[in-house]
Structures are given as C-alpha cells and as structure tokens.
Design a protein. Structure first.
Length: 363
C-alpha cells in the first residue's frame, strides 16, 4: 500500500513521516511540492506544499499539483494533514482534495494526537475565582506560551514543586503495596498543602486527577534546558561539558560532597534498525520491564558488570546480554567511552532480537 501525505508546512510533513516510519513504512519527506522521489524504495511520501500562509489561490494550485503527482505515483490513500492548532488554508485545501478525487471519495477526519500537547477542546478544570485566567477554559499556560508549558492543561511546570509531585506520582505507580501507595499519595498531598500555604493558586498546582508526565518526557525537558544553557555560554559551561564524555554530580559520600567526576556513558544505536526499534517499543509497553532495563544499564555503568540476573556473551560480534528478573534484556557492546546499546527485548521477543543482532553483527 502506498500513502501520500499533503502537509502545508515542513514540520507537519516530517511529523507524519516519522509516525508512518514507526509503523513500518519506508517514508520520505519532499520539500518541493512539485517533486516526488524517483526511488521505488518508498511506500509513503509526505510533501510540504509550504502553503499555510500563502494566498488561497496559490494554496489551491499547489495542493492540486501535489494530488495529481501522488495519483500518478500510485497512492492508495491520500492524507491531508490539518494543523493541530487549526492554522492555514484548511477549507480551501480540503475542498481542492475532495473535488479532485471525485464524488466517490470518502473523507475521514481524525482528531490530532493528544501527546502532541496541543489543545482544541475545553479544559476539564474549571479554574479558581482568585485566578481570572484559569476561568477561561480555552486558555492554557496562563496565555504565556513563551514562558510556560502545561502538559496536562491543569498545572504549571514553572512551579518547581510540581515536579516533586509528579515524581511522587511515579513512585505511587511503581509501588507494589497499599502502604507504599498511601505513603506517596500522602507525600504528594503534603507538597500541595505547602504550595497552598505559600499562596500558589490551585490552578497552578498538580492535582491527583492530573496525568503524570512520563520520566522520558521530563528527561527530555531537562535535556532541552541543558542544551540552551550550553548554547548560551559556549566558552564556559558548554566548553566544560563538551570536554568530558559524561559528568556525574556526587552530593553524598564516595567523592567529596558536591564534586564532579568523569564516568562511563551508554549510547544507543537501536534507532539504526527498524526491527530493533519495534522490539524495544514492545518491551517498553510494560513499565516494570522498561524500568528494569533502565536500572540494568545504570547498575552496569556504576561498576556492577553482572547486574540483575547477570550478563553473558552471545558468542558473536562482541555482543553481550544483560538480564533482569522481570524479563528485561539489554544487548550491548563494550566501547572506549562505555557501552553501546544495540538492542532491547523482553522474554517474548528475545529470540527475534537475537536473530536480528546475529544478522547485523554475526558476520
């Protein structure tokens, strides 16, 4: 099956292409609306018409041209991407696609992905009387998107204590006993009470009913902030960071409190093979197994060369396997800077992943 995507900007075209690639398609993004790839290797083509802010007649011509080219290419499905904040020449471009496809064409409108962080519906949180901005249920991040982010629509990440509440929610989700869950629920409520006593508006406090932000998203936010810091001071903090493979802060024992040391790092090349990407995603569906895999790597880098149930050589390509009791499997190679992670699996897809690794590294 061939899929043709028409997007009015490059970001939208790329975002759709990434999702198609994750589903196993060979996707390409084209930045010139009148071009198509000449290779037969692709079965998904995402074309940027660059028409979001063009005049209506220009947008119409570009969309028509792309549609004609995709039809000649043999597209079975046409996807007209709509901006998640409803910008652009939406009506004109949709009318053009439907007109060109004819009366038998069926249009299916799909809502934007919630994880994109875009909101087009009324907030479920009704707000607080003492915070007028919160009473407008279509207003997010206090109308200040340059300074704040609001992943749930309910609370402000600018209130740093909310990150502690979010972490308590992680601990609650990982807890295995009712007493542990009660402890972390109580800890989160203590932080909320402290915020209230300090005068923080209820609208800006993370509530028990709010979705927690996953750890990988929090880490990405922190990493983005670090990159900004590096770029803002390239000859100070930036030069220090780039001079080391990794930096570890030691607030307690071992080294002198508050000192820094160079440590080994873990890098991943899983993204280079779609089969391994799918296997890693399958493993990550179980939070326990994903957490176990992360802890195996952390333990190994801290000096324990046999974490979990131990590690062993696969007998080819210098590949080793770390194993966890809950089924996590991490495959790696030793490199000068630390370890290079080449694959991840659970018990169910372990054999499939080893087969792929043998194909890649067993020659």
């Amino acid at each position: 099956m061939k899929i043709g995507v028409i997007a009015d900007d490059l970001t939208g075209a790329n975002a759709t292409g990434v999702r198609l690639a994750r589903q196993g398609f060979e996707a390409a993004t084209m930045v010139h609306y009148n071009n198509l790839p000449t290779s037969d290797a692709y079965n998904a083509v995402c074309i940027d018409t660059d028409s979001r802010y063009a005049r209506e007649e220009v947008a119409q011509i570009r969309v028509k041209t792309v549609l004609e080219n995709l039809t000649k290419w043999g597209a079975h499905v046409i996807c007209k991407r709509i901006d998640s904040t409803v910008r652009g020449n939406i009506g004109v471009e949709l009318d053009t696609v439907l007109t060109e496809l004819g009366e038998k064409a069926i249009a299916v409108v799909v809502a934007s992905y919630p994880e994109s962080g875009r909101f087009i519906s009324e907030d479920t949180y009704k707000g607080q009387v003492d915070n007028p901005l919160s009473l407008n249920r279509y207003t997010y991040v206090e109308n200040n998107p340059l300074s704040f982010i609001d992943p749930t629509g309910h609370w402000s990440t600018e209130v740093t204590a909310n990150w502690s509440i979010n972490e308590a929610k992680w601990k609650w989700a990982e807890a295995t006993s009712n007493s542990d869950r009660a402890y972390w629920a109580g800890r989160a409520e203590q932080i909320r009470d402290q915020l209230r006593q300090n005068g923080t508006a209820e609208a800006n406090i993370m509530q028990s009913t709010d979705y927690m932000i996953p750890e990988d998203v929090v880490n990405q936010i922190a990493w983005d902030a670090t990159i900004k810091k590096i770029e803002s001071n390239p000859y100070g903090f930036g030069l220090f960071v780039h001079s080391a493979n990794a930096i570890q802060y030691a607030p307690l024992g071992g080294l002198a409190a508050g000192s820094l040391k160079i440590v080994k790092t873990a890098t991943s090349v899983i993204k280079n093979d779609k089969r391994l990407v799918r296997a890693a995603m399958e493993m990550g569906k179980d939070p326990r197994v994903q957490s176990e895999a992360d802890n195996l790597v952390k333990s190994f880098l801290s000096g324990n060369t046999n974490p979990g149930k131990g590690s062993k050589s696969l007998g080819f390509g210098g590949i080793y396997e770390m194993r966890g009791a809950n089924g996590a499997r991490v495959y790696f190679k030793n490199v000068e800077s630390g370890i290079e992670i080449v694959g991840k699996s659970n018990k169910a897809n372990q054999a499939d992943v080893i087969k792929v690794l043998r194909d890649l590294y067993g020659k």
